[in-house]
Design a protein around this ligand. Structure first.
Ligand SMILES: [Zn+2]
Length: 232
């Protein structure tokens, strides 16, 4: 089933290259080019840090954060200590900034993490942290310009799904989504299609993936976590 495969991030057949190594859904890619042209006219150099990300990449990130192989940070980018934190609270801390595989909007090719290369040195690597985008931050001017367009529904179809804290995912001022395509995918999100992949059973394409390291916790609390961090 094609839509399940797109939702789960296990198919890249529908994508085009926005830049080398950056894949996006075709209408999203065209809209981004238009937005970048308008940004350039204002003196910005609108760039994409992250576009399509597949299931296995997302699974690796989550499993590494769970095991401690990759740091888990708070809103200010400070690494959190695992000690004394319950499994449930640890997973919640991870899900503030990273989606469970199969539920990431980056699976769809409609969502992009953006930054402005015009205000930083040539070797700058965006950290995707709130202070870069806040007033006084290096990307504050881009943020102000884009937020005004979004508020007027004049941003080529893009909006910010994580503009404010709704109690689940932390605000992500760098994350934009192409609503005309993302809207129906968002409506179709459900936890049921994720279970086979989380358990290591075959996906709709017939491939198996590494089981989630915290599978017993997901089997106990997955529904509640899905409601809080995915259905917003
Ligand atoms: Zn993002």
């Amino acid at each position: 089933m094609e839509s399940a495969s797109i939702l789960l991030g296990i198919c890249a057949r529908h994508l085009v290259a926005l830049e080398p190594n950056l894949l996006a859904e075709p209408a999203t890619a065209r809209a981004f080019v238009r937005l970048a042209e308008r940004a350039a006219a204002k003196g910005f150099d609108l760039r994409v840090a992250s576009a399509f990300r597949d299931y296995d990449r997302q699974s690796l990130i989550i499993n590494q954060k769970w095991s401690g192989a990759r740091p888990v940070s708070d809103a200010s980018g400070q690494p959190l200590a695992r000690e004394g934190v319950s499994d449930r609270k640890w997973l919640e801390a991870i899900l503030r900034f990273s989606a469970l595989p199969g539920t990431s909007r980056h699976h769809w090719g409609t969502d992009l993490d953006i930054w402005d290369a015009s205000t930083v040195p040539g070797d700058y690597r965006p950290r995707l942290e709130a202070n870069e985008y806040a007033p006084g931050g290096v990307f504050a001017a881009l943020t102000a310009w884009l937020d005004e367009l979004i508020a007027a529904d004049n941003a080529e179809g893009f909006y910010k799904p994580y503009d404010v804290d709704r109690g689940g995912v932390a605000p992500e001022p760098w994350h934009i989504s192409y609503r005309p395509v993302a809207r129906s995918l968002q409506k179709a999100q459900c936890i049921d299609i994720c279970w086979p992949l989380w358990r290591g059973d075959p996906d709709p394409e017939g491939h198996c993936h590494e089981a989630m390291a915290m599978l017993p916790l997901l089997e106990r609390d997955g529904e509640a976590l899905f409601n809080r961090f995915v259905l917003v």
